[in-house]
Write a protein that binds this ligand. Structure first.
Ligand code: MN3
Length: 199
């Protein structure tokens, strides 16, 4: 991923009523922009390396927190979009059935990981090319999910991601998330995402 702030690609109100426009606006223009700008400052504006390389080689907290926040959110914006009830198909659908038994069973496990993550953080869906298995992982704060596996999708469970609309009701936000996962984008990441890990 290049070190530049991406456009959102859809309007702030595109995910209403599941994720409200005000939350999207503040999340994108304030939180995301702040992570990006602070990461840039920590890098002295050197954008020659990819975000992934920076995250795996520069362990300063200012980099891990801010470049991590930048990286995590960029993937989050990418995979969001109203799915009008359409679930995963293709490879993602196939490996979901193989690994979790069904889409519903996958959703239950992912939602449980999101609901039980204490404090702020993310839940990620990864694909391990060696074992050909999907994997759900939790990461605290803005810790990145790069560990040699394909990063397919993530859910931000920081309070800033849902508090305006859902207050303390994180489970309601997680439920709403299923309406706005663009599974075509997730499948696209399955097909095109590269893997990154420390040498
Ligand atoms: Mn966030």
């Amino acid at each position: 991923m290049e070190f530049k702030m991406e456009e959102l690609g859809y309007a702030f109100d595109a995910l209403e009523p599941h994720i409200d426009a005000k939350t999207m606006e503040v999340h994108f223009t304030k939180h995301y922009a702040a992570y990006f700008n602070k990461a840039l400052a920590a890098l002295d504006n050197d954008t020659s390396k990819s975000v992934e390389e920076v995250l795996l080689t520069d362990l300063r907290p200012a980099i891990q927190n801010n470049a991590g926040g930048f990286y995590n959110h960029t993937i989050f914006w990418e995979i969001l979009g109203k799915n009008e009830g359409k679930g995963p198909s293709g490879n993602v659908g196939k490996y979901m059935e193989q690994g979790f038994g069904s889409f519903d069973s996958f959703k239950e496990k992912f939602a449980d990981a999101a609901a039980t993550l204490f404090g702020s953080g993310w839940v990620w869906l990864l694909f391990d090319e060696k074992t050909e298995e999907l994997e759900i992982i939790q990461r605290h704060n803005q810790d990145h999910p790069l560990c040699g596996k394909k990063v397919l999708m993530g859910l931000d469970v920081w309070e800033h991601a849902y508090y305006l609309n859902y207050q303390n009701r994180r489970p309601d936000y997680i439920n709403a998330f299923w309406e706005v996962v663009d599974w075509e984008k997730v499948e696209n990441r399955f097909l095109t995402a590269k893997t990154f890990s420390l040498a």
